[in-house]
Design a protein around this ligand. Structure first.
Ligand code: SAH
Ligand code: SF4
Ligand code: F3S
Length: 391
C-alpha cells in the first residue's frame, strides 16, 4: 500500500523533482522519526531545501513535552506561514503535538496554512497521507492508532556516521502523572529482536560505530516470547554486544523502577557497551515521586545507583530532574539537592514542571509560585555545577 502511494508521488516528481523542508523538534526518538520522514521523501523523489518558502512539502516533526516546546513549534509555524510559499504547498505537522486534541484544535483554529496533521504512529502512512493532500487539496487531520505495531522496513536517510539511532521499542505505559508521552506515543510495543539485530548489523557494515538504542523505557522491552530466545532488554543488549565489528552501544532511557541488576551485569560484562547510564530520578523526595506515579522511592533509587556503579567500572551516570511539581515544598526540594550530593551525577538535564493537557498532574493544586520555582531551579544548577567541578 505504502509503496503504491510512494510510487504515485514519485511519478508526480518524475519530470521536475520538487523539494521538501523538514524540521525536527524534541527528543532523539523524534530525531530518528525525522530520518524516516526524510527517507520516505527522498524515496518519493523529493530533493531537500533549507528554505521552507521554496519547498513543495514542509514537515514539522513536533514535540509536546513542555509548553515551551509547543510554543517553539508554533513560533516556527507562524514564521513559515508569514514567509509564504508556492501555491499548492503542503505544510504538514506530525510528531507528538499532532496527536493531542488540544494542539490539533489550535492548529485548526489559528494556523490555516497547515493542511496535513498526523500522529507519531502514522509514519508508515505518510506517503498515502501526502498523496491525498497533494491531489485532493483541503485540510487533513488524523490521529494515529496508539497500538499500531512498530513500522519495519521504511526508507531512512540517516545522519552521517559515526552515530546511528535505532528504535528498540515505541510508546510508554508508565503514565507518570506529569507526562504527555504516553498520550502522544501510545502503548509500549517492542520490535522483534531479529529486526533490531539485522538493522544494527547493516549499520556496522555501513561504518556506523556508535549505536544508540532508543525507547521511552528500554527496560520494559518485551518481544514476542518465541523471538530468537531473547526475552528482555539485557538479553537484547548482550546479543547486540556479541556482534562482530568495531562499534559501541548506548541506550536511553532507563526507568529506575525497571532497571535491573541483570542490566548492570550485562553492561559490566561486554566491552562494546559504553559505561553510560541515563537514569532519570525526577525528584529526591519519595512523597513527590509517589505523586508523580514514578513507582520507586528515594531509597530505591539511591540503592540502584550504588549497584550500577559496583557492577559497571567507571560508570558515567546522568539523570533528569524536575523542579516545581505541584505540592513540592522546600523540604521536598531540599531532598532533591540532597540526592544530587549523595549520588554525584556526572551531568544532569534539568526542567521546570510544565502542566500538560490530558495529564492528571495538570489538575493538581499547589504549583509553587514562579519566583520560588526560579530560585529552586537556580539552586539546582548551582549545586550540580559545584559537584561537577569536584568529579
Ligand atoms: N521516558 C523518559 C523521559 C522522556 S521526557 C523517562 O522516563 O526518563 C524527558 C524528560 O522531560 C523527563 O525525564 C522529565 O524530566 C521531563 N518532563 C516530562 N514531562 C514534563 C513536564 N510536564 N514538565 C517538565 N518536564 C517534563
Ligand atoms: Fe513520560 Fe514517565 Fe513514560 Fe518517561 S516513563 S515517557 S516520564 S510517562
Ligand atoms: Fe517530545 Fe514526544 Fe520526544 S513529546 S520529548 S518528541 S516523545
Amino acid at each position: 500500500m505504502t509503496d503504491t502511494f510512494a510510487a504515485r508521488v514519485r511519478e508526480m516528481n518524475a519530470d521536475a523533482p520538487a523539494s521538501a523542508f523538514v524540521e525536527v523538534f524534541g527528543c532523539q526518538q523524534n530525531e530518528h522519526d525525522g530520518e524516516l520522514i526524510r527517507g520516505m521523501l527522498a524515496d518519493m523523489g523529493f530533493g531537500f531545501t533549507q528554505d521552507a518558502a521554496l519547498a513543495k512539502v514542509v514537515v514539522l516533526n513536533t514535540c509536546a513535552v513542555r509548553e515551551h516546546a509547543e510554543q517553539r513549534v508554533l513560533g516556527h509555524l507562524g514564521a513559515i506561514g508569514r514567509a509564504g510559499g508556492s501555491p499548492g504547498r503542503i505544510v504538514a505537522v506530525c510528531g507528538c503535538m499532532a496527536q493531542l486534541e488540544n494542539s490539533q484544535n489550535t492548529l485548526k483554529r489559528s494556523y490555516g496554512h497547515v493542511n496535513l496533521v498526523f500522529g507519531p504512529g502514522d509514519l508508515a502512512r505518510f506517503p498515502e497521507l501526502l498523496y491525498t493532500a497533494l491531489t485532493k487539496g483541503g485540510r487533513h487531520f488524523n490521529q494515529s492508532d496508539p497500538t499500531a505495531p512498530p513500522e519495519e522496513g521504511l526508507p531512512v536517510l540517516r545522519a552521517a556516521p559515526p552515530r546511528a539511532l535505532v528504535t528498540v521499542m515505541k510508546g510508554c505505559d508508565n503514565f507518570c502523572s506529569y507526562c504527555v508521552v504516553p498520550h502522544t506515543r501510545g502503548r509500549e510495543r517492542s520490535r522483534a529482536p531479529e529486526a533490531v539485530l539485522g538493522e544494527v548489523r547493516g549499520l556496522i557494515r555501513q561504518g556506523y560505530c556508535e549505536i544508540m538504542l532508543l525507547g521511552q523505557n528500554v527496560n520494559s522491552y518485551r518481544p514476542n516470547p518465541d523471538s530468537a530466545g531473547i526475552r528482555d532488554f539485557p538479553e537484547l543488549l548482550a546479543a547486540l554486544a556479541s556482534l562482530p565489528g568495531d562499534f559501541s552501544l548506548r541506550f536511553m532511557t532507563s526507568h529506575p523502577k525497571d532497571a535491573s541488576d541483570k542490566l548492570f551485569s550485562v553492561m559490566g560484562a561486554y566491552g562494546k557497551i559504553a559505561p553510560f547510564l541515563h537514569l532519570p530520578a525526577q525528584s529526591g523526595s519519595s512523597r513527590v515521586l509517589a505523586a508523580m506515579n514514578r513507582g520507586y522511592t528515594r531509597e530505591h533509587y539511591i540503592a540502584l545507583t550504588e549497584r550500577a556503579r559496583a557492577a559497571v567500572p567507571g560508570l558515567n551516570l546522568t539523570s533528569d530532574i524536575m523542579v516545581g511539581f505541584p505540592g513540592e515544598t522546600e523540604d521536598d526540594f531540599g531532598e532533591t539537592l540532597g540526592l544530587l550530593e549523595k549520588v554525584r551525577f556526572n551531568s544532569l538535564f534539568t526542567f521546570i514542571y510544565s502542566p500538560r493537557p490530558e495529564t492528571p498532574a495538570a489538575n493538581l493544586d499547589g504549583v509553587p509560585p514562579p519566583e520560588v520555582v526560579k530560585k529552586r531551579f537556580a539552586r539546582l544548577l548551582e549545586t550540580q555545577k559545584r559537584i561537577e567541578a569536584t568529579l
